[in-house]
Write a protein that binds this ligand. Structure first.
Ligand SMILES: [Zn+2]
Ligand SMILES: [Zn+2]
Length: 757
């Protein structure tokens, strides 16, 4: 193994790599949480591949003593591969690698083939995911000793048929979890349960694999990894790799002459600014990726930049493109390749690219809008810089409270530690379907509570009452003919994805998650796909399809919704003087009611159109606070200001929460009411946007003082008069940002915080 690493041109590992490998070789689970390009993969590959080499060539292992060479660089084409031994039982060591995306697993497969080339067929990697042809699946199951897959496939494909994987699982020594910071919120909670199911099945076959995690920098990575795996995990956070100089610019787009909603000043959009910067950098031959949060933003930036570059000439406009999730796999591969070779100079990409796909060799990174966490900022900025050379990163602020707060408070970016990754494995909405899946794998027993935690016994009882599980003796069985794994929707897409189909041709352009369909592909919505603009003619909810037609309107669309909340159970509360801060379960009823048309470049609002879509309900967790009449008097808030003050405080609080929890403002929602039916007091709610809660509201409850102080400071510091998108206006407000009262919100929050402990 050491020789193989030397052949890669690496004489000595960096210290953090060596320390991680030492823990792993010692049988301890470990997480490496360091910057981009700090060699995290070598840190887990060295111990993992060492174990495979030993396991494959062990003295008692007669079948592997005369290894036959296979083509280690050929990822596909099982027909050309031969079995390494007589049968799969020859494997004494195996390893499982989990990536959040198929693209990353394919990338890793190439990296391993390269590193392990001098080892012949002692290391036999195979990708096992939804794209793997059936004949190759058998080879992977029987002969591969390094299987690369994703949590979805582990959940749906491997665990339910564990008996067919028995020889692989019996020999399982290491489980590698790459990009583990991605497993946050509800998705993270699902993955936590899938890993518990994996450990349970392994235990049945007598193995207890060691977990090796690689994460972007995050606070308390060891504790998060422990929550994720259910095992004690040692953390390694000191990055000993050499770095070139990074120039980091915070960029606030200027105010324009335009008037926005309710006469508010309008800033130039971050999209337009980033497109200009991308254009300028491309003209100067600077290889750049512009990261954008939305798919639509990624499309727009490339469109604008291509347009500008066309006037410069020299064939430049063809060297800029967009990249996002939702593209078909072959489109994505082609763009990745073009970026690798330098054929592309500029790319505007959603974080589908951020996830570990190797895009080294960049000179500059544009971050269009705060990506939601400081960890992501450093992850994205870390992409710039070839071989220790200097590099440029620019954070272009969007017109919202959080981005504005950050560019005016650089310390909150540069001198504040990155946030911890929030997930809640005990979420009963997540755990219940995995208990059904676990029961279908191996019947459940009392002792499984050790693995599945404190809510286990109660949930098993409920599932038995609902006749999902059946008790026989001291075990619980899954007896239905349905597949138990179908109960868990691990990506939280809320059901069948909606297909986007071109009317006339029937051509499938891509898909959107069911949960996002009402707001993104409603009738009249503008949809962009690789430079082409489409308008949705009809969203068919029964068929899960949106019919679109190519068109060229000079506007984009943005959906609006209304929301009501009722309290189901208050689980925790603290008094702040007369005010009360609470956390608990709520039911949220949400309906998309209309959409706005906004001019493409300026964002100016052109009009609003009503929609007729059914309401949807959600049971989730929320944090809320109430204030009393006396407090309103003390804050000089009279009845005609009250609704505006609460509403403004709610918007800004939602905007600032991502500073404290690893969510973004689209993961959470809010409602404010001058007199709420359940509390009978003025109340502001902030809730998790997914069933059962995602841990964000809980985090907000525990950091409420710091969170609401930052909220007040952000509103007070904004240079506008009566509120703007940089402080209290919200782009997704169902009430058209009316009423809002900026000064009232500051007085209300000041009063609320005055008795906070
Ligand atoms: Zn403002
Ligand atoms: Zn609102």
């Amino acid at each position: 193994m050491i020789d193989a690493v030397r052949e890669m041109g690496i004489e000595r590992p960096w210290e953090h790599q060596a320390r991680a490998a030492a823990h792993a070789l010692n049988g301890e689970s470990v997480i490496v949480s360091t910057g981009t390009a700090s060699g995290k993969s070598l840190a887990y590959l060295v111990p993992t591949l060492s174990a495979l080499v030993e396991g494959a060539a062990g003295p008692t292992d007669e079948t592997a003593t005369a290894p036959q060479r296979t083509d280690a660089t050929n990822g596909r084409g099982a027909a050309g591969r031969r079995a390494p031994g007589r049968d799969g039982s020859a494997r004494r060591s195996t390893a499982l690698y989990l990536a959040p995306t198929k693209a990353l697993a394919a990338d890793q497969r190439r990296a391993i083939a390269e590193l392990a080339a001098p080892l012949g067929d002692l290391v036999r990697p195979a990708v096992f995911d939804g794209d793997t042809p059936y004949e190759e699946r058998d080879w992977a199951r029987l002969f591969a000793n390094y299987v690369l897959t994703n949590p979805d496939m582990l959940h749906r494909g491997i665990l339910p048929s564990h008996a067919r994987w028995s020889s692989f699982l019996r020999a399982l020594r290491y489980v590698v979890i790459d990009e583990s910071h991605v497993y946050r919120g509800v998705f993270g909670s699902h993955v936590a349960q899938i890993l518990r199911r994996l450990r349970r099945v392994c235990a049945r076959y007598g193995s207890a694999p060691v977990f090796l995690l690689a994460s972007a920098t995050a606070a308390e990575p060891g504790e998060t990894a422990t929550r994720l795996t259910g095992l004690p995990v040692t953390e390694i956070t000191e990055d000993c790799s050499p770095r070139g100089e990074l120039v980091f610019a915070l960029w606030e787009p200027p105010l324009t002459e335009l008037e926005g909603e309710r006469g508010a000043p309008v800033r130039r959009t971050a999209t337009a600014e980033a497109a200009d910067l991308l254009t300028d950098l491309a003209v100067q031959d600077v290889r750049t990726v512009a990261f954008v949060r939305s798919r639509r933003g990624a499309e727009l930036i490339s469109l604008i930049a291509q347009d500008r570059l066309a006037s410069v000439g020299r064939g430049l406009s063809a060297r800029v493109a967009a990249y996002r999730g939702g593209y078909l796999p072959e489109e994505r591969r082609a763009l990745e390749r073009a970026l690798h070779t330098g054929e592309l100079l500029g790319l505007s990409a959603t974080n589908a690219l951020e996830l570990g796909v190797d895009v080294s060799g960049l000179d500059a990174v544009l971050i269009t809008g705060y990506p939601g966490t400081r960890a992501s900022v450093w992850q994205q900025a870390g992409r710039a810089g070839r071989a220790g050379q200097g590099a440029l990163a620019v954070l272009v602020a969007r017109d919202d409270p959080l981005d504005t707060y950050l560019v005016h408070h650089p310390d909150s970016l540069f001198r504040t530690p990155v946030e911890s990754t929030v997930l809640d494995p005990d979420n009963p909405y997540v755990l219940a379907p995995h208990l059904c899946a676990a029961a279908s794998e191996i019947p459940l027993a009392e002792g499984d509570s050790e693995l599945f935690g404190p809510t286990y016994a109660g949930l098993v009882r409920q599932l038995t009452e609902r006749k999902l599980l059946r008790r026989r003796g001291s075990s619980w069985y899954w007896t239905s003919k349905e597949r138990a794994v179908d109960l868990a929707d691990i990506r939280g897409s809320g059901g069948r994805p909606v297909q986007i189909v071109e009317a006339g041709t029937g051509h499938l352009l891509g898909t959107v998650d069911a949960s996002a369909a009402h707001s993104t592909v409603h009738d009249g919505a503008v949809h962009l796909h690789q430079g082409r603009t489409y308008v949705v003619k009809h969203l068919d909810l029964d068929d899960s399809a949106a019919l679109v037609e190519e068109a060229n309107p000079p506007w984009t669309t943005m959906a609006r919704d209304t929301t009501a909340v009722s309290i189901l159970e208050t689980e925790a509360q603290v008094p702040w003087g007369e005010a009360r801060l609470c956390y608990g379960s709520v039911e949220v009823t949400n309906q998309v009611v209309s959409y706005l048309r906004r001019r493409v470049i300026t964002g100016e609002v052109l009009g609003e159109t009503k929609l007729d879509l059914p309401p949807r309900t959600l049971r989730t967790r929320a944090v809320w606070w109430t204030v009393t009449e006396d407090q309103l008097d003390a804050a000089r808030i009279n009845p005609d200001v009250l609704a505006g003050a609460l509403h403004a405080a709610e918007h800004a609080a939602i905007g600032l929460l991502p500073l404290f929890a690893t969510c973004d403002r689209w993961d959470i929602g809010g409602v404010s009411v001058p007199q709420h039916a359940d509390t009978l007091l003025p109340t502001v709610f902030v809730y998790d946007g997914q069933a059962g809660g995602a841990g964000f509201a809980e985090r907000a409850f525990h950091t409420a003082r710091a969170w609401l102080s930052a909220t007040r400071d952000a509103i007070a510091a904004c240079e506008c008069d009566a509120g703007c998108p940089s402080c209290i206006q919200s782009p997704k407000c169902g009430n058209g940002n009316d009423p809002l009262h900026k000064r009232g919100a500051v007085r209300l929050l000041t009063e609320l915080l005055s008795s906070a402990d």
